[in-house]
Structures are given as C-alpha cells and as structure tokens.
Design a protein around this ligand. Structure first.
Ligand SMILES: [Zn+2]
Length: 360
C-alpha cells in the first residue's frame, strides 16, 4: 500500500550464505544486483569493538577518489582479535565477487559492512535509483536490513540506538514501591490533527495540554501508537500502547505510556481511527474535539524510570511514566491499526541495573 511497504519486495533477499565467518546476502534490485557482506560477530559486544576498530579505515575507504577496496578490508584490529579472523575471507570474497560480477563500485558502509554493487554489460542504463548511494537504505524500519539491529549504523545521529546504555523500552520489574507524587494531567478538550508517519499513526492535539511532574511542566507534543506494546510489565506484553510525548521549556522529554489490552472499545481511539489519513505524511486536521482525559486510567499509579526515545535517534534522558492500569481496546480497533502497522514495537532493551520506581 505505501512506498515503505512496497520496498521489501524490491529488496527481497534472493540468497543468503553464512560461511567462514562472513554473511553474504545477494539481492536483486531491478536490473542490478546488490551484495552485502558482513563479518559474523562472535557476540554483540565483540561486534561493537570490531565496528569501532574498523571505522577509521572505513572512513578512508569512502574517499571520493573511489579507490575503496583495499583499505576497506584492512581495519586496524589491535583491540579486537576476532576481526583479524574475519577480515581475510571478507577481503578475498569482496575482491573475488568484484571480478566475477564485474563490479563497478565497491563501497564500505558503516559498521564494518562492505557492499558490492555489480551491473553486467547487458543491463539497462543506470537510473538515479540504481546509483550506489541510492542503494544505501535511507529509512529505518521495524524489520529487514534497516530494522532495529541496524538503526545505530544507518546514520551517525542514530548512534545512541546501538551505543546507548539507557535505552527504551525495557521489561519493567522489581520496581521500588514508594509514595510517588501523582502526575498532574492538565488536558483540555480540543481539535486535533492525524498523520500517518510511515512508522505509526500520530496525533497532534491543540496547544495547551500539559503534565506536571517533579516540579516541571511538560507540554504535550504528540501521541502515537505501537502494536504490540513496547513496554512489558514483569514480562507481559500488551496488545498495543499509546505514547504521549511531552517536552518542557528546556527541551527535556517526558513520555506517558498507556497500555492497551483487548476488551471494550476505546472511544477516543475510535475518533482518531475514523480520521485515518489516506496518504502518508499528510496531516489531516479534524475539528471534532477530543478530550485526552478520556484516555487516562481511573487508577493513576505509575512506574517511572529514565530511558530513551524508542525510535531513531533513540535520544536518552527521557523520563518515562508508565501507567500501571491498562486500558481496553476492541479487537476491531486492533485490527484497524494492524492493517497499517502489524508490528511497530522496538525490541526489549537491557534495564542494566536502572532504578525503577513505582507508586504504592
Ligand atoms: Zn512510541
């Protein structure tokens, strides 16, 4: 339906080989052929050190003179002995594939990844979409080559997605029960606008909605939905969640998360669904007022911890306020969202000893 949904069929993997510490992925793209080569990381931590070790050489390999192949395969490896094992077959494979397929361009991507763009003589003339730089996936997604495992490598400004230590979402458990000050919700009925961002359905309310917590006032920026829920409570995942994103005058973010379980229909959600945009990125203004107080559970107890945005750029320093009492959403309402986004939840991140507090 959308251009993003159409993309996976164009880039459908045709062949994947894992051998000798190297993954080879062969993808047919229109009239051309793309090959991705990755060193097989022995473990996530080692993969990170390999990437860091490889970065200076990869940067040099991307120099505009186009002589990319030799330095790309010889990253400094003092800090990461496993890379020494991986680089030799990688270099050989890269050169050999270039010879066999008549590669016109050999590129070193980020994260220690090497790409070979090959075009045979009988191919059609190059179109802009076939240029090597256009072959680099520009958008992030929830699956495939630009999925959550790759977010941190897609753009320098997304590095926190891979390197961050206080990421979200987490499985919320073992919180310290305390008498937490209630979150003061200052929500008023007002008109709204809906946009299909390509990653979720997002709603912008009229100005004036805000929360107060910890002596700060945060203005509501937007709210949006995930399916299934990104938050888990003691391992339990919910059908959906709502994230209400707020920002204070100094730019600090506070996100209120509402968990949705299957049950009675949610009236406010239905109002939003009734105005789903037909096109992505086109904001639909709706004069019908919504009252966000309708979305809030009767029981206002919550969990709180410090985390990050759950989408690129995965910025940290985000105050999370996860309401304990789930709301309900009907099976039909879940189905409607699933038609657009059957899965738009980032995988669980490590809590790594972070303090979690919860209302008594
Ligand atoms: Zn979200």
């Amino acid at each position: 339906m959308s251009s993003e949904n159409a993309a996976p069929s164009r880039f459908a993997p045709k062949l994947m080989l894992v051998a000798g510490g190297v993954t080879l992925l062969l993808v047919a793209v229109g009239a051309g052929v793309l090959l991705w080569l990755w060193p097989q990381p022995p473990a996530a931590v080692k993969a990170q050190s390999v990437r860091q070790a490889a970065e200076p050489a990869l940067a040099a390999a991307s120099a505009p003179d186009g002589s990319a192949s030799a330095p790309a395969a010889a990253p400094p490896v003092e800090a990461a002995p496993p890379a020494r094992m991986a680089e030799v077959p990688l270099e050989r494979l890269q050169r050999r594939l270039g010879e066999v397929l008549g590669a016109k361009a050999v590129q070193a991507g980020q994260g220690g990844e090497l790409r070979v763009l090959a075009r045979s003589g009988r191919m059609l003339p190059a179109s802009p979409a076939d240029k090597p730089e256009a072959a680099v996936p520009a958008h992030w997604s929830y699956g495939g080559l630009t999925g959550p495992q790759a977010w941190g490598r897609l753009k320098p400004e997304y590095s926190a997605c891979a390197a961050g230590r206080r990421q979200s979402p987490i499985d919320i458990r073992d919180g310290i029960a305390l008498d937490l000050d209630p979150v003061k919700f200052d929500y008023k009925p007002g008109s709204f606008a809906v946009v299909d961002t390509g990653h979720t359905v997002q709603v912008k309310g009229a100005p004036g909605n805000a929360i107060e917590v910890g002596g700060r006032r945060y203005a509501l920026q937007q709210f949006h939905f995930h399916r299934p829920s990104e938050e888990r409570i003691n391992g339990r995942q919910f059908e959906m969640d709502v994230h209400l994103v707020h920002q204070d005058a100094e730019g600090r973010l506070a996100v209120v998360a509402l968990l949705l379980e299957r049950g009675a229909a949610q009236p406010l959600l239905q109002t939003v669904w009734n105005h789903l945009p037909l096109e992505q990125q086109e904001e639909v203004a709706v004069p019908t007022p919504i009252d966000l107080n309708q979305l809030l559970p009767a029981d206002r107890r919550y969990y709180t911890y410090m985390g990050s945005l759950t989408t690129p750029p995965c910025s940290e320093g985000v105050l999370w306020l996860v309401m304990q009492q789930p709301l309900t959403v009907s099976a039909r309402q879940i189905d409607v969202f699933s038609r657009l986004y059957p899965m738009n939840a980032r995988p669980m991140q490590r809590a790594a000893g972070r303090l979690i507090k919860q209302s008594n």
